[in-house]
Design a protein around this ligand. Sequence first.
Ligand code: DC
Length: 211
Amino acid sequence: MIIAIDGPAASGKGTIAKRLAAHYGFRHLDSGLLYRGVGLAVLQTGKLDDPAAAIAAARSYDPARYPEDDLKSDDVAKAASIVAAIPAVREALIALQHDFARSKPGAVIDGRDIGTVIAPHAEVKIFVTATAEERARRRILELRGRGETVDDAAVLADIKARDERDMNRPVAPLRQADDAVLLDTTHLAISPAVQAAIDIVEAVRAGRRPA
Ligand code: DC
């Protein structure tokens, strides 16, 4: 079984995907980490403007080379969003995601184009969203929690710029698949949001249309 979770940055999709995977005993792939790895590779070579460098990094992608802790910064997120708009970069990362999608007994994959491009045949598709202001608020709390100095307006501007880039690129833009269920977490804490996602999976499994 494949559960596809798409949505914008800081919508809660990553936590929901992780907890769904634990709940069902499925494997979890955060596909954003793949693009972040390529983003970090081009930042390290100082060639963010050079599509050839990004394509080469994607074609030789090795997850072991990019520990998750190195991929969390906003600079890497921005670089990921830029390299993710290059069709050949996306192409190079498809096989890995398709292999993962075949995991038994099931896979939960989160990203931007999982329900639309990577696994259009997924049994369950959830599109997780929240207002840009609420997503910025969460991000600000997270950064302050890490002891970082935060410019609130800059965080909101970054989130909006990333949404804009991810939704308006010609290849595999962020959008809700026609058969995805919308889960708006603007007014939901993480536990009720995860429960809502479980309810959606259960409704789909039982052949009911989720509320
Ligand atoms: O989910 P995230 O914030 O870690 O993703 C970082 C960037 O990677 C995001 O801004 C766009 C890109 N991305 C993508 O284009 N397709 C995916 N399936 C996942 C992420």
